[in-house]
Design a protein around this ligand. Structure first.
Ligand SMILES: [Mg+2]
Length: 130
């Protein structure tokens, strides 16, 4: 049985509605509390008004404020001790390089499998809360 207190919160920042919906559905089915933003600006706004989530999944190519710009604001406005790990999601062939550019903690190359997401969640959050 999952209680709210033991739930871990994941912020998903992604401009493609179908990807965002799929991720939210999957992560919620795994027992996580999911909050979403459709671009980096929405993500920053969320972080300024709410407790820090446990993990951030970040798309790179987005309108208004992209993943690189989000990362810059994030590092500038939130101290290192406060910051949640960031996992970059990118279709780029060199996903690892994109993650380095954004100084992210991990990366998922699109398209990624549920197993690949689960591996990242376990790496950064420990065993899932279910
Ligand atoms: Mg995108």
């Amino acid at each position: 049985m999952i209680t709210k207190n033991t739930q871990k919160t994941i912020l998903v920042i992604e401009d493609e509605a179908d990807i965002l919906f799929s991720l939210k559905t999957y992560l919620e089915s795994e027992g996580y509390q999911v909050v979403t933003a459709e671009n980096g600006e929405g993500g920053i706004n969320f972080l300024q008004k709410n407790p820090m989530p446990h993990l951030i999944l970040l798309d790179m190519k987005m309108p208004v404020m992209n993943g690189w710009e989000f990362s810059e604001h994030y590092r500038k406005n939130f101290s290192q001790s406060l910051r949640a790990p960031v996992i970059v999601m990118t279709a780029a062939a060199d996903a690892e390089a994109r993650a380095r550019e954004a100084q992210a903690n991990g990366w998922l190359g699109k398209p990624f499998s549920l197993e690949e997401i689960t591996a990242q969640l376990q790496k950064f959050l420990g065993t899932h809360p279910g």
